[in-house]
Design a protein around this ligand. Structure first.
Ligand code: THU
Length: 138
């Protein structure tokens, strides 16, 4: 039986492949889909800083590319060298929100062995959904 922290060691190894010459902050993300497959991602930075893509969104792209638009997440695991372990940024949470449930687990770990586990809904309780868009009245 696998435990929720099983993917942290994998995420640590993945983080070694980050392209982070500007921040030198290496992040590894492992996303477990409901079909039981794990997808990896690292942060990929750019000299034009706004072009940087976080590890979580890189992994999400791999997951959707492999499984298609119906892909759903059971768990998100993120490894950083921040203490306490960093949770995914707001932009990643918003993007991930369309592929998970409020009880999807988010496991955050670091180089010290510290672990924090959240439900997705506790990190982003008010995700923005397209159905909230209403056209402006003239
Ligand atoms: N980063 C991530 O990969 N995930 C996050 O959730 C927050 C930030 C990356 C982006 C950038 O390469 C570096 O960390 C510093 O912000």
């Amino acid at each position: 039986m696998s435990t929720s922290t099983d993917h942290l060691e994998r995420a640590r190894t993945v983080s070694e492949r980050a392209y982070a010459p500007y921040s030198r902050y290496h992040v590894g993300a492992c996303l477990l889909s409901t079909s039981g497959v794990v997808y990896d991602g690292v942060n990929v930075e750019n000299a034009s800083y706004g072009g940087t893509i976080c590890a979580e969104r890189m992994a999400l792209g791999a997951a959707v590319t492999a499984e298609g638009p119906s892909m759903r997440l059971r768990q998100v695991t993120v490894y950083t060298t921040t203490s306490p372990p960093a949770a995914p940024c707001g932009l990643c949470l918003q993007v991930i929100s369309e592929f998970c449930a409020t009880d999807t687990r988010v496991v955050c770990g670091n180089h010290k062995g510290e672990v924090r586990i959240f439900s997705f809904g506790s990190l982003l309780p008010q995700a923005f959904h397209g159905h909230e868009i209403t056209p402006a009245q003239d």
